[in-house]
Design a protein around this ligand. Structure first.
Ligand code: BGC
Length: 375
């Protein structure tokens, strides 16, 4: 019974979040934030204070990068740091323990990439009560007032870019519809998953309603499309099942909405295994293997959300807070976590296809080298 209540609360929060994300798309005026720890923020704290960073398990390359960048960046900014990842299994309990330990060690700011956005209220409330400022990083923390700021790429926009890329990629291969697609979404314990999916459906639904796009399996509900734990093997086995149930013989699959690169490659592996023509597949994160796949003409698109800039923005918030300055935010309407609209600093994501890869990665030596080697 308790579990059911908890789950429905979490779902309600995600629904609220996606609704507000849908309704307010203008997010470009810089306004001062209303912070739960306003007094702590106004007072500032010592420049060499401890900043805790609690990251989820390494389900995609961006998380791996973020850990190293936080360790180095916080050191360069003069802070002491404690950067932790949740273990690949038992992630929620692991992260809860890490946050509690950061509070005990006296962290002044705790930056959290939630392993499960709905399961951290006790820990962040204790953190705030101890005087720490809580910053949700990349993923929103749900159902608690104890989140001071949110720093992320614009997740709804990510979804819209993915939906549009899917349509563009399919059109480029076959000029007229109808096009048959399948939909995948992320892990249901990540608040981003619904926002990405709703952003994509904002673009795809009108095409589905017109009959230009058909979801072959009929699986359009986010509960049917979810990928538990953002795990590649879960996406691959769902794609295997879809191919068997819906695409046997010479039935064509034109496109697959994939929420990120790890899942995109798993979906492509499944389709290759079935010996079918490769559909247009979207992605996100600009992972090395996916950039190679895009350049080789397999995966169609990814999203450039440069982790260096997101980490920089989070560290800038910590620096501002230490000097008593209220950090800049540019969205105070979109991210309702169920009990509070969290002031957010959102960065703009960029769509990347083979056509604009060189331009999009112009400032990224590693990815640019891959693009150049393949051109
Ligand atoms: C991040 C994505 C990432 C996914 C899986 C999401 O919360 O925004 O960039 O692909 O988690 O790690």
């Amino acid at each position: 019974m308790r579990k059911i209540v908890k789950t429905s609360l979490a779902l309600a929060a995600v629904a609220a979040l996606s609704l507000t994300a849908c309704s307010s798309r203008t997010a470009d005026t810089t306004t001062p934030a209303a912070s739960g720890s306003a007094s702590a923020a106004a007072a500032g704290f010592a420049a060499d204070s401890l900043v805790g960073v609690a990251l989820p398990s390494k389900t995609s390359e961006n998380w791996v990068l973020a850990g190293d960048l936080f360790t180095q960046g916080l050191k360069d900014a003069g802070f002491k740091s404690d950067v932790q990842y949740a273990a690949a299994s038992g992630t929620v309990a692991d992260q809860q323990g890490q946050i509690t330990a950061m509070v005990t060690k006296g962290a002044k700011v705790i930056i959290i990439g939630a392993a499960d956005g709905a399961q951290l209220s006790t820990q962040v409330e204790a953190a705030q009560a101890a005087g720490a400022i809580v910053i949700a990083y990349d993923r929103l923390i749900l159902n608690t007032k104890a989140v001071d700021y949110y720093v992320a790429y614009d997740n709804f926009k990510v979804g819209q870019l993915q939906g549009q890329a899917l349509l563009d990629g399919m059109k480029a291969k076959k000029a007229t519809g109808p096009w048959t697609i399948e939909l995948f979404s992320g892990s249901s314990d990540d608040a981003n998953s619904a926002v990405f999916f709703n952003g994509a459906m904002d673009i795809l639904q009108p095409a589905i309603d017109k009959g230009d796009v058909i979801v072959g399996s009929g699986q359009t509900d986010i509960k049917q499309t979810a990928t538990a734990g953002w795990k590649a093997e879960n996406a691959q086995s769902r794609m295997d099942s879809l191919l068997t149930s819906t695409y046997n013989g010479d039935k064509t699959l034109d496109g697959v909405l994939s929420p990120n690169d790890t899942l995109a490659r798993a979906i492509l592996t499944s389709v290759k295994g079935a010996g079918k023509d490769l559909p247009t597949v979207t992605g996100q994160d600009s992972e090395v293997e996916s950039v190679k796949s895009i350049m080789a003409g397999e995966q169609y698109s990814t999203i450039n959300k440069d982790t260096r800039n997101l980490v920089k923005a989070a560290i800038q918030m910590a620096t501002d807070l230490s000097t008593g300055k209220t950090p800049d935010v540019n969205d105070t309407k979109s991210y309702d976590n169920g009990v509070k609209t969290v002031p957010a600093y959102l960065l703009p994501p960029q769509i990347v296809t083979k056509a604009n890869a060189a331009e999009s990665y112009a400032n990224d030596e590693k990815l640019l080298a891959i693009v150049k080697a393949a051109s």
